[in-house]
Ligand binder design. Structure first.
Ligand code: ZN
Length: 258
């Protein structure tokens, strides 16, 4: 069951893995300026942060859907969560955001892929944020007498917008460093585990090619800490964490074979 907190007043420790912007309900998976931000706040100026949060929070059915999908996909309770997420989207008038053909591979029509669906949900939030900020900027320009309407976009504007649209798609996946940063925090304070959606997101990033490369270039001490953290959160990924520096040729790893 997802913990839906509306207040956003969780203590700092309870916001491990969360976006650095105050009261933002999303995971902070993209690094900038020494802090972790969600895909919506990543591009926003500091002055826009609260507006971005407000826009995200105004789409509760959708942001909770993204968090629930991240937290529960593949888990035992996934069928129930999957149904409840879809019901919530329907109740909010978003039949267009139910899993559908748009989310299926062309090679397997009729079988929506959860990750594609999740990307579409997150994309909806990102578009809502951008539209909201644009509307506010246009309104401010009108009120300051800068013109009744924003001028039609030039081709340079279009290219810039296209780049801006495409850039975060590459950053949608959590960075490996974020994931290992999360593991460090768990290792340092095992009794205070981050929320399940952060854990799932981190495990995906740890298991990704970037995550494996990151782990391979780390020291044994770091990997031992991360392994301990993975054991705390009960992940089978702990076994996959290499326990030796590459090229070390001492005794066999302490693996018990039956
Ligand atoms: Zn955020």
């Amino acid at each position: 069951m997802s913990e839906e907190t509306d207040s956003g007043t969780a203590a700092p420790d309870e916001r491990w893995g969360q976006c650095s912007s105050r009261a933002c309900p999303l995971l902070g998976t993209v690094g900038r300026g020494g802090q972790w931000w969600c895909f919506c706040h990543f591009e926003a100026d500091a002055g826009e942060a609260d507006t971005v949060t407000r826009i995200v929070r105004s789409h509760r059915a959708i942001y909770t859907a993204t968090l629930d999908v991240r937290a529960h996909v593949g888990a035992d309770d996934w069928p129930r969560v999957y149904r409840s997420v879809q019901q919530r989207l329907l109740d909010a008038g978003h039949a267009d955001l139910l899993p559908c053909e748009l989310d299926a591979s062309p090679y397997r029509p009729g079988r929506p892929i959860v990750q594609q669906w999740l990307a579409r949900l997150e994309r909806f939030l990102l578009d809502a944020v951008r539209d909201g900020l644009r509307r506010i900027a246009a309104q401010a320009a009108t009120e300051s007498g800068a013109g009744p309407r924003t001028p039609p976009p030039s081709s340079r504007d279009c290219v810039a917008r296209m780049r801006a649209t495409l850039a975060p798609l590459a950053k949608r996946e959590a960075s490996a460093q974020w994931a290992f940063d999360l593991l460090e925090r768990i290792a340092a304070k095992p009794t205070n585990a981050p929320p399940p959606e952060a854990v799932r997101c981190a495990l995906d990033a740890v298991g990704s090619p970037a995550g494996r490369a990151y782990a391979a270039s780390a020291t044994d001490t770091q990997r031992a800490r991360w392994r301990a953290a993975l054991q705390v959160i009960g992940s089978s990924a702990a076994a996959a964490m290499p326990s030796r520096e590459p090229g070390e040729d001492d005794e066999e790893p302490e693996r018990v074979t039956g």
